[in-house]
Design a protein around this ligand. Sequence first.
Ligand SMILES: Cc1ncc(COP(=O)(O)O)c(C=O)c1O
Length: 415
Amino acid sequence: MRRTLPTAGDVAALDEADPLRPMRDRFVLPAGIIYLDGNSLGPAPKSVFAELDQAARHEWAEGLIRSWNDAGWFTLTDTMGDRVGRLIGAAPGETVVTDTTSINIHKALHAALALRPGRGVILAEAASFPTDLYMAEGVAASRSGASLRLATDSDGLASLIDDSTAVVLVNHVDYRTGVLRDMAELTARAHATGAIVVWDLCHSVGALPIDLNAANVDLAVGCTYKYLNGGPGAPAFIFAARRHHDHLVQPLSGWWTHAQPFAMESSYRPASGIRRLLCGTQPILSLRALKAALDVFDDVDLAQIRVKSLALSGLFMELVEPICRDFGARIITPRTEAARGSHVSIEHEHGYEVMQALIARGIIGDFRAPDIMRFGFTPLYLRYCDVFDAATALHDILRTKAWNDPRFATRSAVT
Ligand SMILES: Cc1ncc(COP(=O)(O)O)c(C=O)c1O
């Protein structure tokens, strides 16, 4: 017997009972928009404007150079690092917020190769986010004896780890399919052969509980502009387990990584702790926007976020499954809760046009080539009724072929 689908009344009751409901008020959400793209760029937390005003108008404009000391600018990389660290199961002093994810992948891969002398293989999945692959290619090309090996499917990755593998670079949640990897299992598998894993947490940090130290992770990187809502171009983070700190070598040995940057020595001596993974002067205004965004996470429990995220994505899949079947679309995100992150991806031959038609109706998701529509479910500000309305609009667009309009076919630079 076919199950009856949840109704508007059912989802209203879910919203009524939602313990995270008050959190929505902490964000600026434009009227008439259902925002399903927090997995690409989180919305602005309301507190960000006062924080930026304080940092720019007072600390910069009035405090001038003194604010590097007086306003804690010089150590923001560490203070914000520890706050991100709390969300990823890192101990204090194991994470810094700095640079971009791409740059941090560069540092992490070099550090991993240096930790495993005599081994040269960087192993990654061919389906990884492209910057991971491009950076790995660059590192492999720049080090003698290093090479990049690609696994063509995710099951194959673990089986390819052998005693030539120095480092495995893996996305915790796959940016296309939304598949969530078993961090503890893959890390243990790599360690069993003496390899190191670099985890890219871009699509999981802030969306689900992560415990890097429980999983014995060596190195991890991630961004703060998605589920952490740090703002466009917000600086990324890098984690290194304390057991590796004394042996960390990374090639971007800028003055911020020096043991005594203001001793102005002419030769390099690396800092002893996690600051060894910085490089140069950091974007203070962006770090301060991130500070406001992280304040929101002080008032929520990631376990609660995970429960609602799974409920939202589960509801969406339940509602759109019959629609997809009828209109040539396919959900490629796993139904199994333990195997998915916080976004749902749907393949459709005209996925780009369908997404543009949704955006024209105020329902914002995104598109990843060649044919994937992504819908991000962010429990801090999304309601169950938003999921219901998005599924209803998707149904209407597919049923009426409203996507088949020339204005939806022109591709923008950012999709
Ligand atoms: C898995 C993953 N890694 C890295 C990045 C981006 O890196 P960067 O912040 O350097 O642009 C993204 C962006 O979406 C991503 O999804």
